[in-house]
Ligand binder design. Structure first.
Ligand code: AMP
Length: 214
């Protein structure tokens, strides 16, 4: 199964991606995590994007497209993957279409986590406050000013992807403001209604039916 999780920062894409990874035995490909690892390791890409990321801007399309193009070819991605944080611009989505087509692969669904921006800002500010109170280390881009910039980047550059995927018939929207388990259930329902994704291997379900039959 090959999915995209679409939604603004703080919408819960990472949390839902982890649940889908466990359920379907596919890998989560998060460009944000890959870029943070590159910054930490001080690679040429890391040095190129460090300031952009810290300020809440978007990294160049060719950089992230290059990273994803390579990552999709690794053996663990063969069974399927969830793209978390990619694509973030229409040119990235077009590049992804080309990458998949050249490998004979198709997307099963694009899941949009719909959120209320004001509630989202309060949610993230609370989370930052709680992390600070516990003395935990924050990400460079975890502060209200940068968050504001990241939301503007989402609105201007990423939100057009909703129409892009709706036109192609692959968009499934769920309410991202519901409790985590309800969002997960809504995603499961949306995937069950998606023919190709519905046939995908559900590793948890498979394990359970094996246990019952033995
Ligand atoms: P995330 O962890 O997905 O919120 O990403 C953190 C930061 O990494 C973003 O604010 C961007 O600076 C950068 N980034 C991650 N994914 C992309 C992408 N697909 N295109 C451009 N920049 C990205």
């Amino acid at each position: 199964m090959r999915l995209i999780l679409l939604g603004p920062p703080g919408a819960g894409k990472g949390t839902q991606a982890l649940r889908l990874v466990a359920k379907y035995g596919i890998v989560q490909l998060s460009t944000g995590e890959m870029l943070r690892a590159a910054v930490k390791a001080g690679t040429p890409v890391g040095r190129q994007v460090q300031e952009i990321m810290a300020s809440g801007g978007l990294c160049p399309d060719d950089v992230v497209v290059g990273i994803i193009g390579q990552r999709i070819d690794e053996p663990d991605a063969r069974k399927g993957f969830i793209l978390d944080g990619f694509p973030r611009t229409v040119p990235q989505a077009e590049a992804l279409d080309r990458i998949l087509a050249s490998r004979g692969l198709k997307l099963d669904a694009v899941i949009e986590l719909r959120v209320d921006e004001d509630a989202l800002i309060r949610r993230i500010e609370n989370r930052i406050g709680e992390m600070k109170a516990r003395g935990e280390k924050l990400r460079d881009d975890d502060n209200p000013d940068v968050l504001h910039k990241r939301l503007i980047a989402y609105r201007e550059m990423t939100a057009p992807l909703i129409a892009y995927y709706r036109q192609r018939g692959s968009l499934r929207s769920v309410n991202g403001m519901a409790p985590i388990a309800e969002v997960t259930a809504a995603i499961d329902q949306a995937l069950a209604a998606t023919p190709s994704a519905g046939r995908a291997q559900d590793v948890e379900g498979k394990k359970k039916s094996k246990e019952l039959s033995s």
